[in-house]
Design a protein around this ligand. Structure first.
Ligand code: HEC
Length: 148
């Protein structure tokens, strides 16, 4: 089935990108490790919700899109990283939540195409935010190594 292959491709990209990214990010002190572990669990949950939404989008289950989409949106509101990199995190997070909300609203009006488009944009926000924080994290680790 063609759509199933596409779904698998999307899921693979979705799963691999943050995992590769996260493996580059963590390390260093035990306090940082603890912090990272908490954040990991949080982010894993976000991934689960986004998969549920994907299921809703493929099966045209609007209730699923709305309920899990709201959970995705709520999760955009709080994260440990918000404390560390306040300004940039707020910016990235606002863009993520904007797309998720657009998706939820489209689903409420049963506009499938619009919901699908907004979902793709929300995924783009996942990538954008991850990309930014990978750079940040590397810079921090480098500084720590140099003892600054
Ligand atoms: C506003 C910034 C931001 C957005 C948006 C964002 N993330 Fe993340 N994500 C992070 C940061 C920072 C990390 C690394 C630290 C952490 O886990 O919080 C991360 C890590 C992850 C991880 C790795 C967790 C682990 O087990 O190591 C996954 C999976 C993940 N994100 C999934 C997602 C998905 C799926 C989305 C979109 C639906 C998303 N993230 C959106 C900032 C973001």
């Amino acid at each position: 089935m063609k759509s199933k292959a596409r779904l698998n491709a999307v899921l693979t990209v979705l799963l691999l990108t943050p995992a590769v990214f996260a493996s580059l990010m963590f390390g260093e002190t035990s306090a940082e490790k603890k912090e990272a572990k908490h954040a990991k669990t949080f982010m894993r949950q976000k991934l689960v919700y986004s998969q549920d939404v994907l299921e809703g989008l493929t099966l045209e289950n609007y209730d699923l899109i709305v309920t899990k989409g709201m959970k995705m949106w709520n999760m955009g509101k709080s994260n440990l990283w918000q404390v560390i990199f306040a300004d940039e995190y707020q910016k990235q997070s606002a863009s993520y939540r904007g797309h998720v909300m657009a998706m939820v609203e489209a689903a409420r009006e049963q506009k499938l195409e619009a919901a699908r488009e907004a979902y793709v944009k929300s995924l783009q926000s996942c990538y954008d935010c991850h990309k930014y924080f990978k750079v940040e994290q590397r810079a921090r680790l480098q500084k720590a190594k140099e003892g600054k």
